[in-house]
Write a protein that binds this ligand. Structure first.
Ligand code: ADP
Ligand code: ADP
Ligand code: ZN
Length: 215
């Protein structure tokens, strides 16, 4: 199954991706996680991405397209993948289309998470992250043991770009550069819209029901 999780920052893509990985045993490909791993390891890619990420701007398309091409051709994507945070621009979507034709893995479904801006700001400002990619929320979804990731035991932290200023910019960037992809995918008939305001488990049940059509 080849899935794109689509929606504004804070919509719950990463949270649902983790549950889908466990349920369907296919990998999550989260470009934000890949970039943050590069930042932590101090790679050239990480250093180049940092200035954009700190400001809440998009990292240039050619960087992302390179990342995604390498990642989707790895062996574990053979059975399918969950794209999270990519594509975010029309050129990224065009490049993805070409890569998927080449590896003969068409997108089955694009799940478009809808959540109003005020909720997004509340979610992002309370978000706690783990380096393993798990994400929590101080009130909506706290880890079982305070400050410690349920999945891997590492310490959770607040992302450097989850500040009020950077969040507002990310929402603006989403509207300008990423939102046009809704129409892009709707035209190809793969788009399904999800009400992302409901409980994490309710959202997950709806996603499973949609995906059961494609399994
Ligand atoms: P995204 O990957 O789309 O940026 P996340 O999955 O990281 O979003 O979720 C953003 C924040 O909102 C996190 O703190 C997460 O715990 C919380 N969250 C995710 N889904 C829900 C939900 N359905 N209801 C309330 N809070 C949620
Ligand atoms: P969120 O879901 O909260 O928006 P992500 O973890 O997906 O956060 O992304 C964090 C940052 O990484 C983005 O603000 C952007 O700078 C960069 N980034 C991630 N994915 C992409 C992408 N597909 N294109 C450009 N920049 C990206
Ligand atoms: Zn963890």
């Amino acid at each position: 199954m080849n899935i794109i999780l689509f929606g504004p920052p804070g919509a719950g893509k990463g949270t649902q991706a983790k549950k889908l990985v466990e349920y369907y045993k296919i990998p999550q490909v989260a470009t934000g996680d890949i970039l943050r791993a590069n930042l932590r390891e101090g790679t050239e890619l990480g250093l180049a991405a940092k200035e954009y990420m700190d400001k809440g701007e998009l990292v240039p398309d050619e960087v992302l397209i390179g990342i995604i091409k390498n990642r989707l051709t790895e062996a574990d994507c053979e059975k399918g993948f969950i794209l999270d945070g990519y594509p975010r621009t029309i050129p990224q979507a065009d490049a993805l289309g070409e890569i998927l034709v080449e590896i003969e893995k068409p997108i089955d479904v694009v799940l478009n998470f809808e959540v109003p801006d005020e909720d997004l700001v509340e979610r992002i400002s309370g978000r706690l992250m783990c380096k393993c990619g798990a994400s929590y929320h101080k009130t909506f979804n706290p880890p079982e043991n305070e400050g410690i990731c349920d999945a891997c035991g590492a310490e959770v932290y607040q992302r450097a770009d989850d500040t009020a200023d950077a969040v507002q910019n990310r929402l603006d960037v989403y509207k300008k550069q990423t939102q046009p992809l809704i129409e892009y995918y709707d035209e190809t008939g793969v788009l399904r819209t999800i009400d992302g305001t409901r409980d994490i488990n309710v959202v997950f049940e709806e996603i499973k029901a949609i995906l059961s059509e494609f399994a």
